[in-house]
Design a protein around this ligand. Sequence first.
Ligand code: NDP
Ligand code: 2IT
Length: 453
Amino acid sequence: MVQLNEKLESILAEVIRRNQGEPEFHQAVREVLESLGRVVAKRPDLLEDALIERICEPERQIIFRVPWIDDAGNVRINRAFRVQFNSALGPYKGGIRFHPSVNVGIIKFLGFEQTFKNALTGMPIGGGKGGSDFDPKGRSDREIMRFCQSFMTELHRHIGEYTDVPAGDIGVGGREIGYMFGQYKRLNNRFEAGVLTGKALFYGGSRARTEATGYGNTYFVKAMLETKGTSFDGKKVVISGSGNVAIYTHAKVTSFGGKVIAMSDSSGYVVDENGIDLALIKEIKEIRRARISEYVRIKGEGKGVYFVKAGDGSIWDVACDVAMPSATQNELTGKDAKALVKNGVVAVGEGANMPSTPDAIRVFQEAGVMFAPGKAANAGGVATSALEMQQNASRDSWTFEQTEARLATIMKNIHDTCYATAEEYGVPGDYVSGANIAGFVKVAEAMRALGVI
Ligand code: NDP
Ligand code: 2IT
């Protein structure tokens, strides 16, 4: 752990005291404060007016009950959250997560990260996050619809095109956004396309939004590899997860000449030394909504194809050149990082939010592995959400090529900003510090301009 100076240590102690039992939030705050040690020395003005303390405190936190009726007629209850973290740069913006592990601390860590990520995109968006401990696994389409409608019946009064613009995250994709948008439209009696992003194309969605997070992470890692004169060509890549982010990471990595040899879900991981067949993964995950072991059942075991059950091993034991964790927080531990380093990994790009533990990050950095933190590398999703908002505001619809070209430029800019900021603050090649410092300075300067509010 990096030693914090007295001022930053006392800010962290206060965050921990006031947000007890929220380890993921503490972890996210600590990481940013560790980077801010360098800002304190160079920009003491940003210590004034309790800017750091204010940035660590969400502007508003909403917790509500979501009652719904399952297919058997039973009444069910879930708890839901929307943490409106920071609106200095624009309306709160960030996804909604449906997963049984969701609690206020997890939503707070995600909202905190989102604030800096959104600042890095250069788009006019603040930070927020929401979700529920609802478990969509095994639920029918009608149950999902009733849940989304009940969730939006409460949430609708807190969001809006100029207030707060949610999108998808774990367990929330195009289907859920459709049901939520339908209910919002009904309750407000207005077609306010810009209130949600990740919509389908026929009612105001943006081309390339579905692909954007995975594509964006791949663009970021490509730029990072280029700083060392190398590329994805011929590299073996391991991607954890097999949801939205993981699937489109595979697609882009493959188009750049990389070979994806392993993917996973919460039940385990599959390896295919010949290259994971993406069409089959999409069929299993997006159509059948089945478990990843189906891949091996259909392909047949042997000839470099096998499945390892969760608990029997880690996907990070699979030797690769590039690792792209794209499932969930703290999924890649210090032990995993050591295994990756031992097997010769050269770059890591975080598709998920905070997938590497602090120990893992330290192992990568000490070994000289290029490491792209999620708040920079996975910003392509929210950046393209902001492009969706732009299209909605101008009642326009851009081509895929146009939208992807904007995404590629944004990712290159984020990479270059992190790189240059790390150099400027005396930690060349440290993308963690680069991202945290660049994001913080932008939000803090905007907050100062707006006064103490
Ligand atoms: P999806 O729901 O589409 O996919 C999630 C994937 O991760 C699934 O394969 C899931 O497996 C796996 N997973 C989720 N939770 C766990 C867990 N606790 N343990 C092991 N595996 C798990 O979500 P996304 O692809 O949208 O999101 C993945 C990550 O990317 C998240 O961290 C999210 O916050 C982040 N992200 C997403 C963006 C987006 O635009 N969607 C933008 C930026 C970041 P299973 O099906 O078995 O649960
Ligand atoms: O973590 C994230 O950046 C997202 N889930 C996407 C947020 C968004 O508003 O598109």
